[in-house]
Design a protein. Sequence first.
Length: 82
Amino acid sequence: MGIHFGNLQRMRHVITYSLSPFEQRAFPNYFSKGLLNVWRRFNSQVFRVAPPFIIAYLVYSWGTEEFERLKRKNPADYENDE
């Protein structure tokens, strides 16, 4: 009696596969392979990513402190004012 909902359009040369959510495994090998893989990736990239972030933080903190220092008035300039 007609086409079922979900199969309303026929497309040629397009193959789709689906798997029921009840058949999927959400966390396969999570503890046996997943955590070790995360550690391996972290170790391989930490020395590429961390130094620019550290340098940027040091430059930012130095610039902020220098700005605050230069924004203040010098008390020695106003010692003899009455």
